[in-house]
Design a protein around this ligand. Sequence first.
Ligand SMILES: C[S@@+](CC[C@H](N)C(=O)[O-])C[C@H]1O[C@@H](n2cnc3c(N)ncnc32)[C@H](O)[C@@H]1O
Length: 432
Amino acid sequence: MGTKKLLAPRIAELVSSMAPGPFLDLFSGIAAVGTQVGSNRAIWSNDVQSFSGLLTQQRFCAAMAFTTAPDLVQKALVHFAYNRHVLTEVFGPSVSEEKLLLGAPDPSRLKTLIDDISTLGTEKRVELRAAGAHCMVATTHGGTYVGLTQAIEADSIRYAADRLLLDGDIDQTEHRWMVLALCQAIITANNSTGHFAQFLSPSPTNIHRIVRKRRMSMWSLWRDALINARPLGTVKWRRGNRTFSRNAADLLKSLRSMKRKPAVIYADPPYTSDQYSRYYHLLENIVLYDYPETASKGQYRADRFSSAFSLKSSVDAAFSDLVSAAARLPAVFVLSYPSNGLLGNSTDRVVDLLCCHFQYVDQPVKMSHLHSTMGGSKGPQKHIVEENIFVAYQDIRARFADRQPTPAALVKPVSMAIQREPIAESEMSAPA
Ligand SMILES: C[S@@+](CC[C@H](N)C(=O)[O-])C[C@H]1O[C@@H](n2cnc3c(N)ncnc32)[C@H](O)[C@@H]1O
């Protein structure tokens, strides 16, 4: 999902020469870059999506090693079985029909089944909730992104996690590991082209793919994900890490008054008009488990986040706000953005903005990169683009911590710094 996995090692290498201190991954997504920078420095992650927050909280900030997974699987069994039983009573005929169709695939009957499940789900949701059952996935996405049986199992896993927490049988961290493993199971079983923007409607051409996915056991996927779940690095390193869930520019503004500040800010904002909240919505639902109102064929949350970086009308202002907020912190600002991103004439425009606000701006480094278009209407799922890496800073010592900052080092071979008028001292917040 918009991952920078291939670019991450090069960004980590670039960052390694910068002053020590926290690395703030401002648009962390699935945290490919933070993971690569790894334990060389503290990692602060931020993203507006709750799924990203859960992932980075567990991987980067867990207070202890995670050793209780087999125990949690055992504890979950009874609660899981109870909720599954309640839901199967209600959805019984549809569960049987689905089972039959997984043995003898028929696209048109599978399509009819999706409508039947949706009607039944709308009818029964209130009643099931009143009875204390968990039914959000079955009544919202049953038969679409996941099969009905898979949806019932997903609800029942979440029921078990919530029940165990309520009864004091597990702690908050264990609960979060259980929910994160459920997200991973959903990603694996998901019936689409690799994200949640739209599910595949059954047809003769995709029926075998759908059936192959539908036959996966959600419980087994979840159990395996939980057993394999691990935080990164050492306890000591994780203690210095942090996770935020803020609008990026707002977070930067709030950091000005904080004592500890990042040494490097890495920004990887959205670069197309596709809102990331379309790709994450099902995972948001699993994390928040709040029975949202959904709309459109993609079944998106009505309250999903709309990023200014993905709107033609606001992308320029969003960049301007981001760059000016970053420039008021004593950190090196690193930004990656494709040359053909939504921001028009982006290479020149970003350099202009950086030069307006920072004292030093490196010549952008161009890297070829395989971008995900997220498939669907955008054509092939991956294509090569030219990604620009921009670096800007107010103090040379922040940029080149590992060598004497001489003009020669700045000009060749690493970069060509464009020095601008410094911004007023009073406008900048003090370094940590
Ligand atoms: C290009 S992706 C980042 C991918 C990430 N570098 C990775 O490797 O997974 C952009 C991310 O920015 C988040 N986002 C969009 N607008 C935001 C905003 N205004 N503030 C914070 N996060 C935002 C999206 O949820 C998405 O996860």
